[in-house]
Design a protein around this ligand. Structure first.
Ligand code: ZN
Length: 165
């Protein structure tokens, strides 16, 4: 798979399996520097630790600023690797591997996660325990995962709590 920068789209390298024509996303050093300059480091925010579920603090553009320890444990990725990535990218949504990318494929129009985040961003209203699903490939096999998500306003940012991962 070609690894491209989530922000600038530049190729960063190739990851196994090499014959997989899909894309995967990372942050290039320049884009990550810029992101961290604006949003600060991705240290855990103590209030996110109160949640028993994986919880992510996102920009209104759906990029990760912080997350709790449960999210790190469940996804098996460090905060540094996830920082700045779009939610479909760090959560491993199969749609994010398509050329259009997270939020821009034909499937994304009906994405409940994207829509709930947008409602909270636009109206300030929290969306509590909404049924959502995600196509993920875990251990190489495609899976259809049922999730229950909540989106909550956190200042200029939005918290996304995900149960069922
Ligand atoms: Zn970049």
């Amino acid at each position: 798979m070609e690894a491209i920068c989530s922000c600038c789209g530049r190729t960063q390298g190739y990851l196994n399996p090499l014959d997989d024509k899909r894309k995967t996303h990372v942050m290039c050093a320049n884009c990550l520097d810029y992101f961290l300059t604006i949003w600060g480091g991705s240290d855990a925010s103590p209030d996110l630790e109160l949640s028993v579920n994986p919880t992510f603090r996102l920009t209104v553009g759906r990029r990760m600023v912080a997350c709790n320890s449960r999210a790190v444990a469940v996804l098996g990725k460090s905060r540094n690797t996830m920082s700045g990535l779009l939610c479909g990218e760090f959560m491993g949504c199969d749609r994010a591997h398509l050329p259009e990318g997270c939020g821009l494929t034909v499937y994304c129009e009906s994405c409940v996660i994207r829509r709930s985040l947008a409602i909270t961003a636009e109206t300030g209203k929290n969306q509590e325990r909404v049924m959502a699903f995600m196509n993920m490939s875990r251990a190489g096999a495609p899976e259809f995962i049922n999730l229950m998500i909540s989106t909550r306003k956190a200042g200029d940012l939005i918290d996304l709590e995900v149960a069922g991962m």
